[in-house]
Design a protein around this ligand. Structure first.
Ligand code: HEM
Length: 351
C-alpha cells in the first residue's frame, strides 16, 4: 500500500485507493496501469476545475494534452466535458470520450462473458458485479451505458478527495509529534489486544478507535477538500436579513465556515483535541456537504483514511524534503511539491 523511498505522497496516496483490494472495483485493480495512471488522473482533475484557457502552462491546456490511454481516465474527461460551455472544446473531447467509453465497455463486456462462464466466482463481488445485478421495481437492469456512467462518476468523486485528505492527515501528524505519538499509541494498543488468530485490522477495531477519528475530522476541517458547492434557491430565502431571490445561484463557501474563529478558536491550528466532547452544530462542519446532495462516500472515505493511517502509523515514517513548500488552494489545498517526501519503513525497534 505504501511505497518506501522518495515519493510525492499526494501522487501515491490516491493510488492506495486503487489497490487490488479496492473496495469499489476490486477486480478492475488488475487493469490499472503503471505510474502514469495517477499523474494522468490528477492532471485531468485539475483541468476539470480550471478556467478553460488552452495556453501552454495553464492547467486546462495540460489536461487536454494528457494521453488518454488509461481506461480510468474516462471519468475525468467525462466531467471535463460537463464543465465546458464551449461547443468547439466539446468536439475535441467527443473522440477521446468515445475511446474511453470503449475501454470501459471492454471491461463490462468481458465481465458479462466471464459471469456466463463457469470459471467466474461471484463470491467476492465488486461494484461492477453489483451494477450488473441491480434491478429496479419493474425488474429492469442497467444497460452498459448506464453502468459505465455510474462507474465514471464514482471514480471521479472518490479519487482525489480521499487522496488529498489522507496525505494531509499524514503530514499534520508528522508536523505534530505530540499528536502523532497519541495516534500511534492508540494503534499499538489495538494491535496488542488482537488475538493471535486474527489477520489484520477489522471493522470492530476501527469502530473502537477514538483518537484517529478526531485526527481525520480535524484534517477534513482544516483542509476542506471541497472549498465550496453551488446551490440554487428554490424559493426566496432570507439569511441574516439578506434575501436570496428564487432562482438565484448561491455559492456555499465551506472553507470560511471551517476557519471561522467564532466556531473554531485558533482555526488555523491543527488540533485534534478540539473534537474532545465536541459535537459540531448543524451547518458548522461540512466537509462532505449537506442536505440531499450530501457526499454518499463519506463513511467509505473515513474508512479508507483510517485503514491507511493505521498501517502508516504502525510501520512508516514520513520525512518531507521541502517542509516549507508553498501551499496551493485551487483546485484543492495541497503543497506545491505534492508533498515530496522520503517514506521509511520503521525498524522493529522503532515501532
Ligand atoms: C475525503 C473524501 C471526500 C470528500 C471530502 C468529499 C466531499 C464531497 C462534497 C463536499 C460533495 C458535495 C456535497 C454537496 O453538494 O453538498 C461530495 C459529493 C459527492 N461525493 Fe464525495 N467526498 C469524498 C469522498 C467520496 C468518495 C470516496 C466517494 C465515492 C466513492 C464520493 C462520492 C461522491 C458523490 C457521488 C457525490 C455527489 C453526490 C450528489 O450530488 O448527490 N465522495 N463529496
Amino acid at each position: 500500500m505504501v511505497q518506501e523511498g522518495e515519493n510525492r505522497v499526494l501522487n501515491r496516496a490516491p493510488k492506495a485507493h486503487f489497490s487490488d483490494n479496492n473496495v469499489y472495483f476490486p477486480k478492475l485493480g488488475e487493469r490499472r496501469g503503471n505510474g502514469s495512471f495517477g499523474e494522468g488522473v490528477t492532471t485531468l482533475n485539475y483541468g476539470i476545475r480550471a478556467m478553460a484557457i488552452s495556453i501552454p502552462g495553464f492547467a486546462y491546456h495540460k489536461a487536454l494534452k494528457v494521453r488518454i490511454s488509461h481506461l480510468f481516465l474516462a471519468c475525468e474527461v467525462n466531467c471535463l466535458m460537463l464543465a465546458m460551455d464551449n461547443i468547439e472544446m466539446h468536439f475535441r473531447f467527443l473522440q477521446a470520450r468515445k475511446n474511453l467509453v470503449a475501454a470501459f465497455q471492454s471491461v463490462v463486456t468481458e465481465r458479462r462473458m466471464q459471469r456466463k462462464s463457469n470459471t467466474y466466482s461471484t463470491k467476492k463481488k465488486d461494484m461492477l458485479d453489483a451494477l450488473i445485478d441491480v434491478k429496479d421495481e419493474k425488474g429492469e437492469t442497467l444497460d452498459d451505458e448506464e453502468i459505465i456512467d455510474i462507474m465514471l462518476m464514482y471514480l471521479n468523486a472518490g479519487h482525489e478527495s480521499s487522496g488529498h485528505t489522507t496525505m494531509w492527515a499524514a503530514v499534520f501528524l508528522q508536523q505534530h509529534p505530540e499528536y502523532l505519538q497519541i495516534a500511534k499509541e492508540e494503534q499499538d494498543r489495538i494491535v496488542k489486544k488482537r488475538p493471535p488468530t486474527q489477520e489484520g485490522l477489522n471493522l470492530k477495531e476501527i469502530r473502537e478507535m477514538e483518537y484517529l477519528p478526531k485526527v481525520i475530522d480535524e484534517t477534513l476541517r482544516l483542509i476542506t477538500f471541497s472549498l465550496m458547492v453551488f446551490r440554487e434557491a428554490k424559493t426566496d430565502v432570507n439569511i441574516s436579513g439578506y434575501t436570496i431571490p428564487k432562482g438565484w445561484k448561491a455559492l456555499v463557501w465551506f472553507r470560511s465556515i471551517h476557519l471561522d474563529p467564532e466556531i473554531y478558536p485558533n482555526p488555523k491550528a491543527f488540533d485534534p483535541d478540539r473534537w474532545n466532547d465536541y459535537n459540531a452544530k448543524a451547518g458548522t462542519f461540512l466537509p462532505f456537504g449537506a442536505g440531499s446532495r450530501l457526499c454518499p462516500g463519506n463513511d467509505l472515505a473515513k474508512l479508507e483514511i483510517s485503514i491507511f493511517l493505521h498501517h502508516f502509523l504502525l510501520n512508516y515514517k514520513l520525512e518531507r524534503l521541502n517542509p516549507g513548500s508553498k501551499i496551493m488552494y485551487l483546485p484543492h489545498t495541497r503543497p506545491r511539491d505534492n508533498c515530496l517526501a522520503i517514506i521509511r519503513k520503521k525498524q522493529p525497534s522503532q515501532t
